[in-house]
Design a protein around this ligand. Sequence first.
Ligand SMILES: [Zn+2]
Length: 414
Amino acid sequence: MNDIRSLRVDGDRLWASLMAMAEIGATPGGGSNRLALTYLDRDARDLLGGWCREAGAEVSVDGIGNMFARRAGTDASLPPVMAGSHLDTQPMGGRFDGVLGVLAALEVLRTLQDAGVATRHPVELVNWTNEEGARFAPAMIGSGAFAGLQDARLAMGLKDTEGLRFGDELDKIGYRGPDAIGGRPVHAYFELHIEQGPILEDEGLDIGVVTHAQGVRWLDVTLIGAAGHTGTTPMDRRRDALVAAAAMIEAVAEVGRRNEPGVATVGQLRIEPGSRNVIPGRAAFSVDLRHPVAATLAAMTEELKAAIQESAKAAGVEAKITDVLYFAPTAFDKSCVGAVRTAAESCGYRHRDIVSGGGHDACNIARIAPAAMVFCPCIDGVSHTEAENIRPEWATAGANVLLHAILAKAGVSG
Ligand SMILES: [Zn+2]
């Protein structure tokens, strides 16, 4: 190798692997349907495992089905630099969400093997089990268990909508491995993922250097007013739960607008009794608040709770607010983020810093090891549907950045 900085992945080979993987569970509209722990997930895992062995890596599986493919380093005492994502998809999902991160890590292993590069730290590909949470909720179970955030024994008892147990399904596809789940050091973790938003494509950029991932707060709000006859109840005697909800929904959007880059959404609304000529006596809605800074997310939550109680009082209804979920924001490791930025620059790619709007396995791993993410654009920001698409050159750019971020952390010997 004359100069390691000039090393590049084989973009055509990466694209061919992405297309071959997409055939497992291919949908009529050009997407992939590969739910976690189905036989299709098994086929995808088998294909990946074979490719990893051909690339000279040693494949292992832990007790929750996370797959690892390790390429040895020159110093066996050093912990690995890991890179990966997930091969499971949404029911009518895309070909790239998760898959790109796993197969780009494979392309890194292949590139290192072809060029005969020796790294000091081992380089380890990982395919996390059940990232999507589409079949077994919650999401990100495999990486959560690896990071000690998810109880693996509890996970084994989770049931899908047909009542099939996670543990039984894991056994059925033959991927309950002998390795302990987590509890081992990771030198650094990198995850390449499609942005799943429109920013990079809109700005004509190749690479997003992910500095943070948003925190998430979910609330349920239930309003209790009074049902009554729409024709006989004068306006000043009403306790209309839906009129109260309308003001609150506007308050939710306002909290989002006032706290950029925060976002705030009401995604579900139920009215009772739901009759044309009955005043709504009850209303219930969901709230989804997101912000990359924990203190701001907390302030948004408090601001909104106060606004809801105020609107409730004005409308003469009772408001009950329940906390449903909290996922803390992630600040990715500065040194790993720096390695991603430097890699993008040294490869000559146009890049910007960006915040991840969604949750990823990297958010779990960031709790136990230095971690960072690389984003590449996706067309129209579309994801979690069959229409999800990227350009081959974006995949290549992402994989090259992944390669050089990994090399920076793994160290090149000799
Ligand atoms: Zn994903």
